[in-house]
Ligand binder design. Structure first.
Ligand code: WT7
Length: 645
């Protein structure tokens, strides 16, 4: 287990063990590991853990990885055959792709011609293989000890069919969009599965979004129906979702709503592997959210496989992912990935710190599988959404996992459908803060600003060289933006928008976004979205938003605001600006700091120099760089003078 992995030219090779000190799982990491600048300290899976793991060694990983790169068609076909297909896919073209804009439109297809249904594969297939009485979903309510409930695979299937019949009855057909605006109730995955069952395309909108954001998404995808509930409890608050939807429907001039009793059997609609499964809006570097489109077959195969290996899934596991189904993690790793594996999944309605910060561990103990001791039921921990810093990693490992559980720090994106760079917990040693190595079939490359692939120890822009089954196929209604954003910056590659470095042992270290996207507690927010919300305020003339480092949230939103001529700054106005952002996007996007700006640093052509604003926001005033190209360099001094006022 001390073998090291090295990633060279897209092929992983085994290198001689480095001179690193190893810590075997089971030993706590001391705080002086934090001082280890070269990340030499490895956390090695115990022999017993590895022995029982699906991927027990670097060699096994390398063997499978090598095949996945050299023979992707064979590798993925073998896995895909484990699912139910009404019609097989075209065996002579398991996938086809053009990722190089210079050779024509970007185009990705997997398992084309195959017909299947992901809802059937999540439910009917599990029931038919004899697991109908296994618990599919445990639901834990916001208030401890109140209303917890569960559904077996049989019961879940019936509930999904009822809703599918209802949707058909009100005229929803294959290919129609359905917007789902629900909190973490069992009805949320039920709705997703019901849509998939009849071939409708779900678009879940996170229930923390405001009426305006919801309206924007409704206008873009033009759903036949919007599904919501009256209200949700989150922490001590009750949020009236239906009122928000009414507001949104007013804004988008549509109508609809109700969910009664319908028959518990519903024939599935067989769809092509490349028929759309869902749209999920995500933030980019311009104001308009992007409708990321995922299709059926490849997404199904990819989420199921990544779930299985990254969490070393065992049928006796009880699995809990704290993400909300309003985000991609909730799509791939609350709903589809686990259910495709026949797993028992916990869904939690509320906030992780309600009634207090012990709630998560309360839930872990409550749903423990066999053992009776606190957190002893934990086997594997997961982390996602932002770089986990080594000290948070250590806390997670030592305190939560009792220095016993491997951590799968999974790097991926809404666009990638599933995990891309992730530990396989039994296969190789971990380094606190590194997402480690690529998943099967994924060829990450790090390029410099000219798009030249860097080798060995390096740092640059993270791209991906080929396609993988879970890749998104387009941005809804805007294939041109899809190409411009992801495939034009570095022709021939998919560009992730992230910075990344690779150390001498081949481990990957994600360093955060390199574009105008901010990551606040794992919520992805475009600076332009917050700016347009701010400037919609009648007293705001101009706004520029940057991200600043934040100890708890990863990044916080910092807004420079120029007011309309003659309007004085006041605390009341600051509050009203923040409120505007909350109303237009949602509370999670509210700026932490408003910095009054008499003017913004702009180039002579009028482009805001965000580089300078970032330095001012993080008070790195010695690193402002060259300001002489600004139209008015004195603005910088004025901003600095106002920094702490
Ligand atoms: C961005 C994607 C993927 C589900 C949740 C977020 C950042 C994601 C990690 C990680 C470092 C990470 C990246 C990425 N990110 N996972 N393990 N380590 N950074 O999905 O909203 O599409 O955001 O989240 O910056 O580009 P998303």
């Amino acid at each position: 287990s001390n073998l090291q992995l090295r990633h060279v030219e897209g092929v992983v090779t085994v290198a001689a063990p480095p001179h690193a000190k190893g810590v075997t799982l089971g030993e706590p990491l001391s705080s002086d590991d934090a001082l280890d600048p070269h990340h030499l300290r490895l956390v090695v899976p115990s022999h017993q853990f590895s022995q029982n793991a699906l991927i027990p060694s670097p060699d096994k990983y390398l063997e499978m990885y090598k095949r996945s790169i050299e023979d992707p068609a064979g590798f993925w076909s073998d896995i895909a055959s484990q699912f139910f297909w009404k019609q097989p896919w075209n065996a002579y073209s398991v996938f086809s792709e053009n990722l190089d804009v210079r050779n024509g439109p970007v185009h990705i297809q997997w398992f084309k011609g195959g017909s299947t249904n992901i809802s059937y594969n999540c439910l009917d297939r599990i029931v038919e293989s004899g697991y109908g009485d296994k618990i599919a979903l445990f639901w834990e309510a916001n208030d401890p000890g109140v209303g917890a409930t569960s559904l077996t695979y049989n019961q879940l299937l019936s509930r999904v069919c009822q809703l599918a019949n209802y949707l058909k009855h009100i005229g929803v057909k294959k290919g129609d969009a359905v917007v789902v605006y629900l909190p973490m109730l069992m009805e949320l995955p039920i709705t997703m599965l019901a849509c998939a069952r009849i071939g409708a395309v779900h678009s879940v909108v996170f229930a923390g979004f405001s009426a305006e954001s919801l309206a924007q998404r409704i206008v873009d995808c033009k759903p036949k129906v919007v599904i919501t509930c009256n209200a949700v409890k989150r922490g001590s608050k009750t949020i009236h979702l239906k009122d928000i939807v009414d507001g949104a429907l007013l804004q988008s001039a549509q109508n609809g709503d109700v969910v009664p009793k319908y028959p518990t059997h519903c024939e599935v609609e067989w769809v092509d592997a490349e028929d759309p499964l869902f749209l999920l809006y995500t933030s980019g570097s311009t104001g308009k959210p992007k409708g990321v489109l995922h299709t059926t077959g490849g997404y199904m195969v990819y989420t199921a496989t990544t779930f299985k290996y990254a969490f070393d899934y065992k049928p006796t596991d009880i699995y809990w992912c704290t993400a909300d189904c309003g985000w991609i993690t909730g799509h791939s790793y609350v709903t589809y990935g686990p259910l495709l594996n026949g797993a028992s999944v916990i869904i939690y309605e509320g906030a992780p710190n309600y009634p207090d910060s012990g709630r998560c561990w309360d839930i872990v103990d409550k749903y423990k599988y066999v053992t009776r001791y606190s957190r002893e039921s934990l086997r594997i921990l997961g982390s996602v959404g932002e770089p986990i810093n080594p000290s948070a990693w250590r806390w997670f490992y030592n305190v939560v996992g009792d220095s016993r559980c491997p951590i799968s720090d999974t790097w991926w994106q809404t666009e990638t459908g599933g995990f891309m760079i992730t530990p396989l917990p039994g296969a190789w040693p971990q380094k606190p803060g590194s997402a480690t190595f690529p998943f099967f079939g994924v060829q990450p490359v790090i390029v410099d600003e000219k798009g030249v692939e860097l080798e060995g120890e390096c740092s640059g822009y993270l791209c991906v060289k080929n396609s993988w089954p879970g890749a998104f196929r387009t941005l809804y209604g805007d294939h041109e933006r899809y190409e411009t954003t992801y495939f034009k910056p570095f022709p021939g590659y998919y560009f992730t928008g992230d910075g990344c470095s690779r150390d001498k042992d081949g481990y990957h270290w994600l360093t955060g976004r390199v574009d105008d996207v901010i990551n606040v507690s794992g919520h992805r927010i475009g600076t332009a979205e917050v700016e347009s919300a701010l400037v919609s305020h009648p007293k705001c003339a101009e706004a520029a938003v940057v991200g600043v480092e934040h100890e708890v949230k990863g990044q916080a939103i910092y807004a420079f605001v120029t007011l309309v001529e003659g309007v004085p700054y006041s605390e009341e106005l600051r509050k009203s600006l923040v409120l505007t952002v909350r109303e237009q996007i949602g509370a999670f996007a509210a700026p932490d700091r408003i910095h009054w700006a008499p003017g913004l640093p702009k180039t002579r052509s009028g482009k805001i120099m965000r580089r300078i604003l970032r330095k001012i926001a993080s008070r790195q005033l010695n690193e402002l760089g060259d300001t002489s190209t600004l139209a008015d360099p004195s603005i910088v001094d004025q901003l600095i003078a106002l920094a702490d006022s």
